[in-house]
Design a protein around this ligand. Structure first.
Ligand SMILES: NC(=O)c1ccc[n+]([C@@H]2O[C@H](COP(=O)([O-])OP(=O)(O)OC[C@H]3O[C@@H](n4cnc5c(N)ncnc54)[C@H](O)[C@@H]3O)[C@@H](O)[C@H]2O)c1
Length: 328
C-alpha cells in the first residue's frame, strides 16, 4: 500500500514532535520538511533521516506531491502556509491557535473550503486519553449536562522566555483549554471576563504572566481557566494540566501534574490508571485517517475561530476590567 506522504513546515519545538509522531506511523512517511532556518533543517534531516529539505514551501509542494502537511510555524505566520497548501490541494494539520486575528482565521477557513481540503487544528487535548475520556463521558450523557468547570495549565518560566514575548500565554496555552471546554459546554457562550497579572515575565517580555478567564454560557454554566507561564524552573513537570468538570449527573477531574484521573457519579467512582500519553501520535493517526477516509477532524476551522474569538474577548476584558459579550 502506498504510504501517505507528509510534509512538515516549521521544524521548531513542536515541529520536531510532529516529525517523531508521523515518522513512527506505519501508514505514512515524512518525505519533506521546510523551514527558513537552514541549520535547523539540516539538524532535523540528519536526526530523523528525512529525504527532502526545503526553505521554500512552494518548491516543496511542486516537487513532493504531498498528501498532507503539518504547519507548525509561529502563530502569526499560519495564514500564508495554509493558503499555499490549500492551493496545492493537500490536507492540513495546523497548529493552534488557528491565527492571531479573526481576519486571518476567516481567510484560512475560506481557503480550505474553496480548495475542498481538510483542515485539522492541533488541539492536543482532544487526543490526550484522559481529556478525551472526560469529553466522551459528557458526549455519552453519563455525567449529565456540564454546569461548572475549573481548568489549569501552567509551564515553567523558561517556556515564556523561549517565546520571547511573541504571543500571550492565553494564545500559547489557554487556547487548548478553551477549545476543550467549548467542546463540552458548546458554542452558546454569553460573556468572557478575564483578569491578568503583570510580574516577572511582563517586566522582561511585555506580556502578562498569567490570566484567569471566566467563561459564562447562556445556560448559566461557568468555567474558570487559569493559565500561567510563571512556574519555577525547579518544577519537575515542564507542563502542568488539570481540569475539573461538574455535570448534572456526575463530575470528572484530571490532574496530570498530580497524576490523577477520577470520574464519579452518585453511584460510582472510577479511578482509571493514567496512560501518561502526550497524545501527539494519536493526533497524527487521526490526521492520517482524515486523509485516507471520509472522517472529519475533531477540531476544524470553526473550532479554531471560536477559540480565537474567546481569546480576543479575554484580552479585551483583561484590559478594560469588564466582562465582554461574545457571539460565536
Ligand atoms: N499543540 C501543542 O502542544 C503546541 C506546543 C508548542 C507550540 N505549538 C504551536 O506550534 C507553533 C510553533 O511553535 P513552536 O514553539 O514550535 O515554535 P518555534 O519557534 O520553536 O518553531 C517555529 C519554526 O518555524 C520556522 N518558521 C517560521 N516561519 C516560517 C515559514 N514561513 N516557513 C517555514 N518555516 C518557518 C522557524 O524558523 C522555526 O524553526 C505555534 O503556533 C505554537 O503555538 C503547539
Amino acid at each position: 500500500m502506498k504510504k501517505v506522504r507528509i510534509g512538515i513546515i516549521g521544524t521548531g519545538l513542536i515541529g520536531e514532535v510532529h516529525i517523531q509522531a508521523f515518522n513512527k506511523h506505519p501508514l505514512c512517511e515524512v518525505v519533506a520538511i521546510c523551514d527558513m532556518n537552514e541549520s535547523r533543517l539540516r539538524e532535523m534531516q540528519a536526526t530523523y533521516g528525512i529525504p527532502e529539505v526545503y526553505s521554500n514551501q512552494l518548491e516543496m509542494h511542486e516537487k513532493c506531491s504531498l498528501d498532507g502537511v503539518v504547519i507548525a510555524t509561529p502563530d502569526q505566520y499560519h495564514r500564508e502556509p495554509v493558503l499555499i497548501a490549500a492551493r496545492a490541494g493537500v490536507d492540513i494539520l495546523l497548529e493552534k491557535p488557528i491565527a492571531t486575528t479573526v481576519e486571518d482565521a476567516e481567510a484560512i477557513i475560506h481557503a480550505v473550503n474553496t480548495a475542498n481540503v481538510k483542515l485539522m487544528l492541533g488541539m492536543t487535548l482532544r487526543y490526550i486519553p484522559e481529556y478525551a475520556h472526560i469529553q466522551q463521558q459528557f458526549q455519552k450523557g453519563e455525567l449529565g449536562l456540564p454546569i461548572n468547570a475549573y481548568s489549569r495549565r501552567a509551564v515553567r518560566k523558561s517556556e515564556g522566555y523561549r517565546l520571547n514575548g511573541r504571543c500571550s500565554v492565553n494564545e500559547y496555552l489557554g487556547v487548548h483549554d478553551i477549545d476543550f471546554l467549548l467542546s463540552i459546554f458548546g458554542r452558546d457562550v454569553d460573556t468572557v471576563y478575564s483578569t491578568s497579572g503583570n510580574f516577572e515575565i511582563f517586566d522582561k517580555l511585555g506580556v502578562a504572566d498569567y490570566y484567569w478567564n471566566i467563561i459564562k454560557w447562556k445556560s448559566g454554566a461557568t468555567a474558570a481557566l487559569q493559565v500561567t507561564w510563571n512556574e519555577p524552573e525547579g518544577n519537575k513537570n515542564l507542563l502542568e494540566m488539570e481540569c475539573y468538570v461538574n455535570g448534572t449527573k456526575g463530575s470528572a477531574h484530571v490532574n496530570l501534574g498530580g497524576q490523577q484521573l477520577n470520574v464519579a457519579t452518585n453511584t460510582y467512582c472510577d479511578y482509571p490508571e493514567l496512560t501518561l500519553d502526550n497524545g501527539y501520535h494519536i493526533e497524527a493517526d487521526h490526521f492520517i485517517r482524515c486523509i485516507l477516509t471520509d472522517e472529519s477532524p475533531y477540531a476544524g476551522g470553526q473550532a479554531g475561530l471560536d477559540a480565537l474569538k474567546i481569546m480576543i474577548a479575554a484580552e479585551k476584558s483583561s484590559k478594560e476590567g469588564l466582562p465582554v459579550q461574545v457571539k460565536l
